[in-house]
Ligand binder design. Structure first.
Ligand SMILES: Nc1ncnc2c1ncn2[C@@H]1O[C@H](COP(=O)(O)OP(=O)(O)OP(=O)(O)O)[C@@H](O)[C@H]1O
Length: 389
């Protein structure tokens, strides 16, 4: 064990650590998405297929391995088609990163959770239908239609006036952004999964429709039932109005509208730890190699610094044999076209032999590999002035 650790600390490079970090990040994004969107059954099936593939390739089951390889391509295409909306959202999330940071700085304690909750409670009590949208990280412009800009301070009278059935702007949703009432009368996309709204009509279907397409939180007050529902992450549920302040505060805190706490890096620690663990296991399985391989290559010899029109007389060495040793992984990173013996001619004199060391002039060898042999070790060069007849 001690020997293994010693070996590991000697062989691991900065690039390997970066390798693990990048794969961990990709795995973390995939796992987070999976937790949010995919069902347990899909997860178990995928894991089962993966296990079968690993066993099949380990046992050399040719036909099964080939079927899986073709299947993977098909599955990747099907995945892109089926989850194109999620992929688009992922890209939007990346693109909106700066946007999100800016919002955090701009919006401090402007958003008044109490005013919002009091308004929602009053609307529910009075059976006045309402829709309120709280954006998170992804931009909403693509999903909203026909909103009227308001840019008003959040207050109970303003919200009650907007949703009053006699108000011309009561139809549609109010957008709460940057701690302000940003828009009223915005139309949201409808969901087609009507079963999920449990008998609700278009107001509830619209709330769910937006929550399916992006990471916004939508609050719905039912005119018919006087209930308050929350739509988020592709689902909608009726909540107890006593839970509303906490739910709203959690959302606003996480997305910066309510101040400075933000989401801490520790919140998703188990998923991050799992991603790091899986990336490290993959690195050990596929990238970490302790066996040393030797390979011999024939590389060109080039002459630098020759005065114009001077030439190297025959016999002119034009190639060298180089034996390299290192890990298989080191050889995979090797670009053979970049390797050459580049000899520099210093103080050229006509007809006088110049002795040059080849090993010192070898270029393009990655740090992961060692030169164990080079032939020839030195080259004698005789120059002549090509200008003379
Ligand atoms: N696409 C939409 N975007 C935003 N608001 C909408 C949309 N479609 C309908 N609404 C709002 O929903 C109202 C109609 O609500 P409807 O009664 O059909 O739904 P509901 O879910 O049953 O709600 P409630 O329980 O309040 O009756 C419209 O008057 C309008 O204000």
């Amino acid at each position: 064990m001690e020997h293994f650790l010693q070996n590991l600390t000697q062989q691991i490079r900065l690039a390997d650590l970066l390798d693990i970090a990048v794969v961990s990040l990709v795995l973390y994004i995939a796992l987070s998405w999976f937790r949010q969107r995919a069902s347990r059954a899909i997860g178990i099936s995928l894991l089962g297929f993966l296990l079968l593939y690993v066993v099949a390739s380990y046992l050399g089951m040719y036909l099964t391995t080939r079927v899986f390889q073709v299947g993977f391509l098909g599955a990747a295409l099907a995945f892109i088609v089926v989850f194109q909306q999620d992929i688009r959202q992922g890209v939007e999330r990346l693109a909106s990163y700066r946007w999100r940071r800016r919002k955090r700085q701009l919006t401090t304690a402007d958003t008044n959770v109490t005013s919002l909750c009091d308004s929602i409670e009053k609307l529910a009590e009075d059976r006045i239908g309402a829709l309120l949208v709280f954006p998170a990280r992804q931009p909403l412009d693509r999903h909203l239609r026909g909103g009227i800009p308001v840019n008003g301070e959040i207050s109970v009278p303003l919200l009650l006036s907007i949703f009053h059935p006699k108000s011309p702007g009561h139809d549609g949703a109010v957008l709460i952004q940057d701690g302000r009432v940003a828009q009223l009368g915005a139309h949201l996309p409808l969901s087609i999964d009507v079963a999920k709204v449990h008998g609700g009509g278009t107001r509830h279907t619209a709330a769910l429709g937006l929550a399916e397409r992006c990471d916004a939180l939508v609050v719905v007050v039912s005119e018919e039932r006087g209930t308050v529902s929350l739509a988020e992450k592709g689902s909608i549920q009726v909540i107890d109005s006593a839970d509303l302040p906490a739910r709203l505060k959690t959302h606003l805190d996480a997305h910066g509208e309510n101040g400075d706490s933000g989401r801490t890096g520790w919140q998703d620690l188990p998923t991050k730890a799992l991603a790091l663990f899986l990336a490290s296991v993959c690195w050990f399985l596929f990238a970490y190699q302790t066996t040393t391989v030797q390979r011999t290559l024939v590389v060109p010899i080039e002459y630098r610094n020759l005065p114009e029109r001077w030439v190297v007389n025959d016999p002119k060495e034009s190639s060298a044999e180089v034996t390299l040793s290192g890990s298989e992984q080191g050889f995979e990173l090797l670009d053979v076209s970049k390797i050459a013996v580049s000899l520099e001619i210093k103080n050229p004199r006509e007809g006088v032999p110049i002795r040059l060391q080849t090993e010192d002039s070898l270029k393009g060898i990655p740090v992961e590999l060692n030169v164990t042999r080079i032939n020839p070790r030195e080259v004698f060069v005789i120059l002549s002035d090509g200008k003379k007849p």
